[in-house]
Design a protein around this ligand. Structure first.
Ligand SMILES: Nc1ncnc2c1ncn2[C@@H]1O[C@H](COP(=O)(O)OP(=O)(O)OP(=O)(O)O)[C@@H](O)[C@H]1O
Length: 672
């Protein structure tokens, strides 16, 4: 009986989805012909357009409007196509307070209605009413609607599996997002991209996704707790609810590397949104410092740290204390870098005393190397008033250049070297253009504190993933660069360093009261056995992480008398695990990864060697250093040379490695 009614509903929904799809295809066709007609008209007539450019302007506007409609239509088309296969996954029956009969709400990846003024047959998972599905069990419930909080009672909750438009099963779920369905989702094999979790979002995750109250939301979550998934679903949610204020192109994700960027790139399009911008902070620093040299990246430093060759101040130079040293030096700099003289241009003259007053008092808050330009602007203004007309651009630049000539030194690298020398440190090597990683962010900070900083107003929401891998100094820079809302996520247990870094300790000091912290302690990725095993490698193995009860084979430690035997076993076991979609051989560093790929290939195993320049993450067998595996996950993880993991940093690496595995974890070591 249940199935009969449900089948009829599904039939109706599919009918509407098909009808809407046909209509949208017609619109796409008609709009495409309009665009092509306008284009032809342009090429035939543009030589005769009015000389003032009005017609040209009109034409451009009309084309832009038509193109943006087309984009929207195409998005709708894709949504209806997806809905033909799987139109909804959940349903809540909600009886509003004061009503007798409950209303049924079906929830899917998008809204579906049979017309403009009719109630939707399916609601988008981000719609206000859909919150009921994720947040409540049967019983009293409420949700935030545009007109306020609506209360009532959930009388029924159901989950559906629909494939290719056919109802495979219906589950009556009394508890929040039925365990059975979550278990099924988690036991699936991974792909080379992060997947949508809309069907099984958990209550604690939903609260983060739908949080609109906090400007800077910081999420500390254990390995596999869904931080990255939640961050991207949150962006989809914010885009849906702020269509006029927030566009996908205005969201920036700071990600650890390009492989990770590729890994997360398909999820927003899958959720019916356009993709967002993504970059690494190291790439940004590289570009910003290009005129001073070639900035190293985090991985250059890590490779040194892994072999015990890190610079002794590698960590200190990213701390609050070092920033204080830099601030002090910058403060004193204003007395050393200028030789203030009398100045005159045209009819305007300024005494050295007056320039000093402007430099040290009026513009005290302006970065040192921007102040003379500000004073020049004043001179230009006065001269223009006296002349009664504007100065030519060439003359303006001349005034600025003359005023800037009072600086005796302004090259940030030379000044930074001056700082290093004065504080008894070794200077950056003259002969090399390479900027060592420990000096990259101090130098960038130095530049931004003394010169005009580029504006980043285009970014309206910033996502920082793997928050524990950013230093105090990097956050200081980020707080100077971005003033938009942020979602910051990470896990102190996965710090790529000797010690765990708990950024929650200093983030409120940098961003102030706007910071709101949330914790996620449930892990969805790995089997219980793998998660329990991984805890041995964490600094405080008893950390709160608990996994969703899902069992699999015990992680396997194997000992070998020599390398050849170890690689024979790895090759054999990888080849025997062909049922796993994604497998990784995770090594300590790049050199070991290259050797590993060679050993495997010599034994007939086809694999992809990933390095920090790699752009793509593909299914199959990947060989990579631990630091590139961060944020990713694999059905099976194989870790050779476990005996080489001896330092605290290596232990951290091992924790990261082990928590990458969903179903299978094998470790190999050479016995002493
Ligand atoms: N509610 C959920 N339903 C189904 N799968 C989930 C859910 N939450 C998380 N997952 C799955 O758990 C895995 C881990 O998610 P994700 O990579 O987002 O976690 P993370 O916290 O960023 O991990 P890490 O910090 O270890 O890189 C993914 O396969 C994701 O699809």
């Amino acid at each position: 009986m249940v199935d009969k009614i449900e089948e009829q509903y599904l039939e109706k929904v599919l009918e509407i989805a098909t009808k809407n799809l046909e209509q949208i295809k017609e619109k796409i066709g008609a709009n495409a012909s309009d665009l092509s007609r306008m284009n032809n008209y342009f090429w035939e007539n543009y030589t005769e357009f009015d000389e003032y450019g009005y017609e040209m302007y009109d034409h451009k506007q009309a084309m832009q409007v038509g193109e943006s409609w087309q984009k929207e239509y195409l998005k709708d088309m894709q949504r209806y196509e997806k809905m033909q296969e799987n139109p909804y996954f959940g349903r809540v029956d909600f009886c509003y307070e004061g009503e007798d009969e409950p209303e049924s709400y079906y929830i899917g990846i998008g809204n579906l209605a049979g017309g403009r003024a009719v109630l939707p047959l399916v609601y988008d998972w981000r719609a206000p009413v859909s919150g009921l599905f994720y947040d409540f069990d049967k019983g009293p419930a409420s949700f935030e609607a545009p007109m306020g909080t609506l209360t009532g009672e959930i009388t029924r909750k159901r989950q559906y599996k629909i494939r290719d438009g056919r109802l495979q099963y219906v589950v009556e779920s009394d508890i929040n997002i039925d365990d059975e369905i979550l278990q099924m989702a988690l036991s699936e094999h991974t792909d080379a991209s992060l997947k949508s979790i809309v069907t099984t979002i958990q209550k604690e995750q939903n609260q983060i996704i739908r949080d609109k109250a906090h400007k800077i939301l910081v999420v500390q979550g254990c390995a596999g707790s869904g931080k990255t998934s939640v961050a991207l679903h949150r962006i989809a949610y914010l885009l849906y609810h702020n269509r006029d204020k927030l566009k996908a192109a205005q969201v920036l994700v700071l990600s650890p590397n390009s492989i990770f960027g590729d890994y997360i790139s398909r999820i927003l399009p899958e959720l019916g949104e356009e993709n967002i911008c993504e970059m690494t902070l190291d790439d940004y620093a590289y570009r910003e410092l290009q005129e001073l040299g070639e900035a190293e990246d985090r991985y250059d430093e890590l490779e040194r740290a892994l072999t015990g060759n890190a610079h002794p101040e590698a960590i200190y130079r990213q701390t609050k204390d070092f920033v204080a040293e830099l601030d002090q030096f910058i403060l004193e700099l204003e007395w050393e870098v200028v030789d203030i003289r009398d100045f005159s241009y045209g009819k305007v003259s300024k005494s050295s005393d007056e320039i000093s007053r402007l430099f040290y008092e009026q513009f005290a808050d302006v970065p040192i190397f921007e102040r003379m330009e500000r004073i020049a602007e004043l001179v230009i203004d006065e001269e223009e008033t006296l002349r009664g007309r504007d100065l030519e651009e060439e003359d303006r630049l001349d005034v600025i250049a003359k005023m800037n000539a009072m600086y005796e030194i302004s090259d940030p690298k030379a000044l930074y070297n001056h700082f290093l020398r004065e504080t008894g440190r070794e200077e950056l090597p003259e002969e090399s253009r390479v900027i060592p990683y420990e000096d990259v962010y101090p130098l960038l900070y130095f530049k931004y504190m003394t010169q005009k900083m580029p504006k980043h107003d285009r970014v309206r929401h910033l996502v920082i993933d793997e928050m524990q891998d950013y230093s105090y100094l990097q956050y200081r820079l980020l707080s100077l660069m971005f003033h938009c809302p942020m979602t910051i996520l990470g896990d102190r247990m996965q710090t790529m360093g000797e010690k765990q870094r708990d950024v929650l300790k200093f983030l409120p000091k940098i961003f102030g009261k706007q910071v709101h912290c949330v914790e996620m302690t449930k892990s969805y990725r790995s089997t219980t056995e793998i998660m329990e095993y991984a805890k041995h490698f964490s600094e405080n193995g008893t950390d709160a992480a608990e996994s969703v009860e899902r069992h699999g084979e015990m992680p396997q430690e194997q000992n070998f008398a020599n390398r050849a035997a170890m690689w024979d076993a790895i090759a054999e076991q990888i080849q025997a695990s062909g049922d796993l979609h994604t497998r990784a051989v995770i090594c300590l560093n790049q050199e070991e990864s290259a050797k590993a790929a060679e050993k495997l290939r010599a034994r007939g195993v086809e694999c992809t060697l990933l390095n920090k320049e790699s752009m793509k993450f593909t299914p199959g067998i990947s060989v990579l250093p631990f630091y590139l595996a961060k944020g990713l996950e694999f059905d099976g993880v194989f870790i050779p040379d476990v005996q080489a993991y001896t330092t605290p940093l290596h232990h951290q690496a091992m924790y990261i490695n082990a928590t990458r595995a969903l179903h299978v974890l094998k470790l190999y070591q050479i016995a002493e």
